[in-house]
Ligand binder design. Structure first.
Ligand code: ATP
Ligand code: MG
Length: 154
């Protein structure tokens, strides 16, 4: 079934100039981008977004890292999107991430692990709505209203 997932290209990957390369991997893997933007998280945004981890020992460093610079957030669509995207990004700890995964290539540590992916359809919907309104998530596909010849004639 076609469904949606949500991703964050994290501050280290954006800051080191890997945004374009990561988006290329995502598109080449068959994901369609439905929404995309660059934003900065505040400390309180991060507490809300990662609320399930608020009491974990690593939360302080996770929050410091996620607020360290701009991030790129996106909503993606594909058959089996949630599970396939988790496979594409690899394990949380890059030392355990499979060859060819985004984290294997771009993560620097367990905290600075380059990219986030939703872990369920429910969380994907909630996370997408954290950053985007319904109107900003575009289902519309590319379709010329007239023939290509007509578009190119001038
Ligand atoms: P994400 O939610 O960012 O996609 P994940 O689902 O692979 O990552 P989670 O268990 O949800 O992993 O943890 C959220 C983030 O918290 C991780 O991406 C990582 O940066 C950090 N984190 C998780 N576990 C640890 C840990 N044991 N030590 C340090 N940081 C951790
Ligand atoms: Mg997670």
């Amino acid at each position: 079934m076609t469904n949606r997932t949500f991703t964050i290209i994290k501050p280290n990957a954006v800051g080191l100039g890997h945004t374009g390369e990561i988006l290329e991997i995502i598109e080449k893997a068959g994901f369609r981008i439905l929404a995309l933007k660059m934003v900065c998280l505040s400390r309180s945004d991060t507490e809300k977004f990662y609320h399930v981890h608020k009491e974990r020992p690593f939360f302080r460093t996770l929050n410091l890292f996620m607020t360290a610079g701009p991030i790129v957030v996106a909503v993606l669509e594909k058959e089996n999107a949630v599970a396939d995207f988790r496979t594409l990004i690899g394990a949380t700890d890059p030392a355990k991430a499979a060859e060819g995964t985004i984290r294997k290539r771009f993560a620097e540590s367990k905290t600075r692990n380059a990219i986030h992916a939703s872990d369920s359809n429910e969380n994907a919907a909630w996370e997408a709505s954290f950053f985007f309104t319904d109107k900003e998530i575009l289902e519309t596909t590319y379709q010329l209203p007239v023939s290509p010849e007509e578009i190119d004639k001038d």
